[in-house]
Design a binder for this molecule. Structure first.
Ligand code: PRP
Length: 189
């Protein structure tokens, strides 16, 4: 069990394995921030975090960035089932700020089918920002249903159930420091 030592004992039985440990997440976010810094040198960014999964990516990425950045958040809900989205997205919380003429970077935890972000980018582009790009910590390319350009990607992951570092299963496990795979017994697999 020593490989799961970083998992709090209360969650340890639910975790199958650590897919991406905290240190790797941290190092990759530092690299992505350096890329963003280079690409937006001399500009000012608006980071748009998509609640709730993106909270830790947002917090850690923002603290590595050296370009000036403001933060805003959106909350959306898909009309699909709990395991697959339909592409129809309802905005539960919109941005607090106008984005016309601004450089917007959407910050996500995971792109799966891509339907949520396809809708979101189109929606934000209609508000005439100077630019809209996407940064996602994780991507599951095998699940993609739309051609979605994701400019900054942390890690490609296989089509397995992953939680932690913001990602949940039934609102649990978001607070785990690593990205882990869940034991099938947890989700009835
Ligand atoms: C996840 C993730 C993306 C979306 C990706 O959010 O944060 O927003 O699903 O799926 P897609 O590419 O198939 O559209 P979720 O709906 O689980 O909400 P949460 O962030 O509050 O956990």
């Amino acid at each position: 069990m020593s490989e799961l030592a970083s998992i709090p004992p209360t969650f340890r039985d639910d975790v199958e394995s650590i897919l991406i440990p905290e240190a790797e997440l941290d190092a990759r976010l530092a690299e992505l921030a350096a890329e963003v810094d280079r690409d937006y040198a001399g500009k000012e960014l608006l980071l748009v975090g998509v609640l709730k999964g993106a909270i830790f990516v947002m917090a850690d990425l923002a603290r590595y960035l050296t370009v000036p950045s403001a933060m805003d958040f959106m909350a959306v809900s898909s009309y699909g089932s709990s395991t697959s989205s339909s592409g129809v997205v309802r905005i539960l919380k919109d941005l607090d700020t106008e984005i016309e003429g601004r450089d917007v970077l959407i910050v996500e935890d995971i792109v799966d089918s891509g339907l949520t972000l396809d809708y979101l980018t189109k929606n934000l582009r209609s508000r005439q920002p100077a630019s809209v790009e996407i940064l996602s910590l994780l991507t599951k390319p095998s699940r993609r249903e739309v051609d979605l350009p994701v400019k900054y990607i942390g890690f490609e992951v296989p089509d397995v159930f992953v939680v932690g570092y913001g990602l949940d299963y039934a609102e649990r496990y978001r607070s785990l420091r690593d990205i882990v795979t869940l034991a099938p017994s947890v989700y009835g697999g």
